[in-house]
Each structure stands twice: as structure tokens, then as C-alpha cells.
Write a protein that binds this ligand. Structure first.
Ligand SMILES: [Zn+2]
Ligand SMILES: [Zn+2]
Length: 244
């Protein structure tokens, strides 16, 4: 078991570094941003598959009676913190600077996104408590949206008039929340039957309502096809590696 704990923590840190990298993509302006869009599309498909085909069936085995309710609760929690407590939030570059003038909105976005990223970490920790296979699949699902997530956080800070340093620090802070999520999960493994379906609901929400709308805004079918590619990649990994 200690090996699984070490793997979960290490991958949590890598996920957090991807948040920081996403922030640097925005502030550095050196990387090709159009690649980010494909991460969003492929990540959306992969996350949908991971939540519905992997996290949900495993949750069902652990706690059949409470799993549907906890899935819905996880889904609604992110809706609450990202779009109810936070009055303006969406994935992708923040271009609505007028929303941000003189308000507390960047703090609200960082808090809402930080709660979501905390459960990204809980998801990775939960996965490794079930099996190395599930842990790695959830890590990949998280990793694929971490760079756009960090990019989004940094762009909110810039729209609010903060500097590049604050933007990258904010991306690092939400990454830190993911590492905390992994650590909390490993410290309280007894919560696994509740944490896994809840995290599946969070993953489903991020894929379906944070990422897919960004895919659908793009003209043409390339981004839309990227979603299917994400599902195909998951299915390929299942065929190649799932030992059942
Ligand atoms: Zn906006
Ligand atoms: Zn996330």
C-alpha cells in the first residue's frame, strides 16, 4: 500500500505542476495556445469516459445504495462553487474584463476553482485506494484538463488587473489544493465509498459543463471530433491494460 500512496502523491504534484504550466502558457505567451483547445476537447471525452465507465462502476461496488445520490451531490457542489457563489466563471481565456473591475470576483473564482481542484486530488487519491489502474486513469483525466485550468485561473487574474506574478501564483494555489485533496484522501481512506462517487460527480461536471461548452463554441468539427478521440483513448487503455 505505501507504494500506491507514494504514486498518488507524486501524481498529485505533477497535476499541480500542470496548473502552474497552464498559468505560464498565458503569462509567457510563448506556447502555441491552439494546442490548449485540443487538450480541452480530448480531456472532455476522456473525463466523461473515466467518470461513467470507471469511477461509477467502482463506486457502485463499494456503496450501491448511496452512489447515485453522491454522484449528483458532487456534480451540484461544483455548480454551486463555480457558478452560484462565483457570479462569472467559464473555462478558457477570460476576455470579459469589465466583469472584474474593482470587485472580489478573482478571489471568488480562485476559491470556487480551488474547491473543484481539491476534489481533482480527492479523485486521484480515491482511485489509488481502489487500484493502480483506476488511480492512473483518474490521474490522466485530471492531467488533461489541468493545463487549461491553470491557464483559465491566470487569465482571470490578468483580467482583474493583477500582474503576471499574481496570475502564476493563483494557478499554483489551485494546484496546491489538488495536492491537499490527495493527502486528505490518503489520511482518511475510510471515506472511500463516499469520496469516489462524489469525485465521479465532480469529474462529470467538469467534463460536461466546463469543458464541453468551450468545445462547442469552436466552429468546424475538429474540436468536436477531439471529444470522441478522448473516449477512444480511454477505450484503448482499457483494452490494453485493464486486468479484469
Ligand atoms: Zn468571462
Ligand atoms: Zn480540475
Amino acid at each position: 500500500m505505501p507504494a500506491a500512496y507514494a504514486a498518488a502523491l507524486a501524481l498529485g504534484v505533477i497535476a499541480a505542476l500542470a496548473n502552474i504550466f497552464g498559468g505560464l502558457v498565458l503569462t509567457g505567451r510563448s506556447w502555441e495556445r491552439r494546442y490548449l483547445r485540443y487538450f480541452v476537447a480530448v480531456g472532455a471525452g476522456f473525463m466523461l469516459g473515466a467518470s461513467l465507465l470507471e469511477m461509477l462502476p467502482e463506486s457502485w461496488k463499494l456503496a450501491p445504495a448511496s452512489t447515485p445520490f453522491l454522484l449528483l451531490l458532487g456534480f451540484l457542489l461544483v455548480h454551486f462553487v463555480e457558478h452560484t457563489v462565483t457570479s462569472h466563471f467559464h473555462f478558457g481565456e477570460e476576455t470579459h474584463a469589465t466583469e472584474y473591475v474593482g470587485g472580489h470576483l478573482p478571489v471568488a473564482v480562485m476559491t470556487g476553482l480551488g474547491i473543484h481542484t481539491f476534489f481533482d486530488g480527492v479523485a486521484i487519491g480515491s482511485g489509488f485506494l481502489v487500484s493502480a489502474w483506476l488511480g492512473w486513469i483518474i490521474f490522466l483525466a485530471v492531467f488533461m484538463h489541468k493545463i487549461p485550468e491553470g491557464f483559465t485561473m491566470a487569465s482571470v487574474m490578468l483580467a482583474a488587473g493583477k500582474g503576471n506574478r499574481a496570475a502564476v501564483l493563483a494557478a499554483a494555489a489551485i494546484g496546491g489544493a489538488s495536492v491537499a485533496g490527495v493527502a486528505v484522501m490518503l489520511m482518511y481512506p475510510v471515506s472511500l465509498p463516499q469520496a469516489l462517487p462524489f469525485a465521479a460527480g465532480v469529474t462529470l461536471y467538469v467534463a460536461a459543463t466546463d469543458l464541453l461548452p468551450e468545445v462547442n463554441r469552436e466552429p468546424g468539427i475538429r474540436m468536436a471530433l477531439g471529444v470522441f478521440l478522448g473516449v477512444v483513448i480511454l477505450a484503448g487503455l482499457q483494452l490494453a491494460f485493464r486486468g479484469r
